[in-house]
Design a protein around this ligand. Structure first.
Ligand SMILES: Nc1ncnc2c1ncn2[C@@H]1O[C@H](COP(=O)(O)OP(=O)(O)OP(=O)(O)O)[C@@H](O)[C@H]1O
Ligand code: NI
Length: 377
């Protein structure tokens, strides 16, 4: 069974023009979302996960700008450019206006849930009022019908006695309950896709587990697709169907969750997997990924992960990795085309025929030697 693709992101670049330089927050990212699936975006802080998802809703603010790529939602062009004679890119005619984004896409087709419910909920209005208003804004429901729908949705997300809690204010709810309210709000608009940006990060593990269970149930019941942003591979394992692993503005590996976990290709993905919290290890025992993420203003050339990669060789500082299909070579004949029928892909030159294996490991050459390697970027 293969579900229809509803969202397609192709070569997206979103940059921030700051005094320090151009922050290449999202730098050529491609992925898609199909009907009824939960797609993860995972990576460390600063990888570009939030910038990528806010780009989808066209909520990027100054000094940020979407500078290249295509984003298509069903037959709607959220982002699209055409090249002018002088080589510059200008928005295509078909690209939705800001008004069309507001009226046709945001809320009613694609809804977003943020990490901190207190930022999304207004402290001076009751929870019930806010859910009702949001539903009125995004659906053809008003007055008593919207109120009833709000109550139904609050019940649906597990708020006990929603009629009695309707007039309570956000501060009268616990963190987990507030997160449920946001899910009720999003769901009440019957969107096709919900983008959830680390919505369980602030919650304790038990409450987080309850929210994840709730989302899985609702996803099955309503058939909503999700993009789930997280830094935690454990959460990816729990709820995602497919996942995109992001590092420094790029996707380094993508594919079905089973493949990513059991046939891991990219060394960065491997590191993320090793850092999953486990009951038998305390937080301080987690394997941290060595070093910190370099700046997105001057990212390392060629493979951006080479400065922290345990497997890095000189070639990794020279050759820009291509995104290659890495599906199982089931018959072991080394047929490189076999993988093209599989949607497991990675951007690591180990899996491309560009000289990685003949190259000298970086640890065997001093840092200074690297600077003399010809710049190919
Ligand atoms: N308004 C802004 N101005 C300048 N740089 C920005 C702005 N917003 C984001 N960035 C930069 O873009 C990069 C990606 O940020 P983003 O928030 O998408 O990361 P993230 O993967 O969501 O991280 P986290 O897990 O911490 O939420 C970072 O280098 C960040 O500093
Ligand atoms: Ni973020």
């Amino acid at each position: 069974m293969s579900n229809e693709t509803i969202l397609e992101v192709d070569g997206l670049k979103t940059h921030f023009y700051t005094e320090q330089g151009v922050v290449r927050a999202v730098d050529g990212v491609s992925f898609d979302v199909r009907e009824r699936e939960i797609v993860g975006i995972v990576g460390e802080s600063g990888a570009g996960k939030s910038v990528a998802t806010t780009s989808i809703l066209r909520l990027i603010e100054e000094p940020g700008q979407i500078v290249d790529g295509e984003i298509t939602y069903r037959d709607l062009t959220i982002v699209g450019f055409e090249e002018q004679d002088d080589g510059t890119l200008t928005p295509r005619e078909a690209m939705l206006s800001n008004r069309e984004m507001r009226d046709q896409v945001r809320g009613n087709e694609i809804a977003i849930i943020f990490q901190d419910p207190m930022e999304s909920l207004n402290p001076v209005y009751s929870v019930g009022h806010q859910v009702t208003e949001f539903i009125e804004l995004n659906r053809e429901l008003s007055g008593g019908d919207a109120r009833q729908e709000a109550i139904d949705m609050l019940r649906e997300v597990g708020i006990p006695e929603p009629e009695n809690r309707f007039d309570d204010y956000p501060h009268e709810f616990s963190g987990g309950m507030r997160q449920r309210v946001l899910i009720a709000m999003a769901l009440g608009c019957r969107p096709t896709l919900i983008i959830a940006d680390e919505p369980t990060t602030a919650l304790d593990v038990t409450v987080e587990g309850q929210i994840l269970d709730l989302v899985k149930d609702l996803q099955t019941k309503y058939g909503t697709s999700f993009i789930w942003v997280t830094h935690d591979m454990g959460i990816v394992a729990e709820i995602c169907d497919r996942v995109n692993v992001m590092y420094l503005g790029e996707i380094v590996e993508q594919g079905p969750v089973d493949d990513i976990f059991h046939d891991t290709k990219h060394p960065y993905t491997q590191k993320l997997l090793e850092s999953i919290p486990r009951p038998d290890r305390t937080v301080t025992e987690l394997d941290p990924i060595a070093g910190t993420m370099p700046s997105a203003i001057n990212p390392p050339r060629a493979c951006r992960f080479h400065t922290r990669c345990p497997d890095a060789r000189v070639a990794c500082t020279e050759v820009e990795p291509r995104f290659v299909a890495v599906g199982n070579d089931a018959d072991g004949d080394g047929d490189e085309h076999e993988g093209e029928h599989n949607d497991h892909r990675t951007a690591c030159i180990k899996y491309d025929d560009v000289g990685y294996w003949d190259s000298v490991p970086l640890e065997k050459v001093g840092d200074r030697d690297i600077q003399y390697v010809g710049d190919r970027s």
